[in-house]
Design a protein around this ligand. Sequence first.
Ligand code: AMP
Length: 372
Amino acid sequence: MKIIKLHDLYFKPYINKEEISLIVKFLANHVKVDLPKGEVPIFVGILNGCFLFAADFIREYDGDCEVSFVKLASYQGTSTTENVKELVGLNEDLTGRTVIILEDIIDTGNTLQEIYNIFRDKNVKQLKVATLFFKPDVFRKELPIDYIGKSIEDKFIVGYGLDYDGLGRNYPAIYQLTTQPKMKNIVLFGPPGAGKGTQASLLKEKYNLVHISTGDVFRFNIKNETDLGKLAKSYMDEGDLVPDEVTINMLKAEVEKNAEAKGFIFDGFPRTESQAIALNEFLSEKGEQINGMVALEVSEDLLVERLLERGKTSGRTDDTDESKIRNRFNEYNTKTAILKDYYQAQGNYYGVNGVGDIDDITARLASVFDTL
Ligand code: AMP
């Protein structure tokens, strides 16, 4: 999931569709369990925002029910307006019925107040309210809310039915208002020896980006005999990955050192799924994101030869012993290669043929970088 732009504003991923689906299931079950056996409720969705929530909710609701929709326009732009409009569209006779209101979000409670006022003289048997989202920090009423899917902070959200000035309702996940991203952040990906370091050095100049190679940072620490270096050495000598926590903290520190950067080329990071998740969260907190994973695709056999060749001059002990090299590939294939799927699932993976002249490969990479 990437930052999206609607009209003039930017929104970052906030609640993914899997989580939404769990919340909706939980609400539907909870409502059902609380109703007397044989009771046929009428669900009343408050349009427009609730249409996706209501559709998913009633599919999850396991029992007979009726469904109706009413309209009470309540949002204009990003702030809640005080003058809630009148109710449109309720034709059913609700006398003696159990009515359950379905709301997408309750914030100040003004709409909810309006709903209570309207239903007060409809002689219903029971009126309950189920809301997908609730903003406790801005709720100003004493009214009961029977079912709350998730309490969220008071930041403007869009997606899953919710809009900003008409746009955003069709996104399957929830996005939160953020600032315009300023960086171009690229993960340069590929197996050991694919040429990430060489290409990153060329591309960082062309795009004015900061190149962070976690392998280089570890080697620098080993050379300077720091505590981090001593720790990393035991893993690196064997071709094993350094533990995630150590690597993630180090990566964050490197990014913080370059707070003014126009963006980063991450080389050798992330190498595990938890590193990828940590990187996403870390950048998201800054209102930034990974623009794309650009992968150098080269077959393994070619790479072992390349690495042994490099080992003759690189001074890297992990490049000279074939069994250590094989172990690095094993680590890559078991822990790192899956990141292709991770970024691909977000529509954020770009494969580039990594075989050929260095300049040709740089040109291929640049043609992808230009689009990100
Ligand atoms: P590289 O220079 O990218 O080939 O990295 C050399 C070695 O550093 C790897 O074999 C690992 O032992 C360690 N290393 C570099 N980056 C990471 C990372 N993101 N996670 C864990 N270990 C890493």
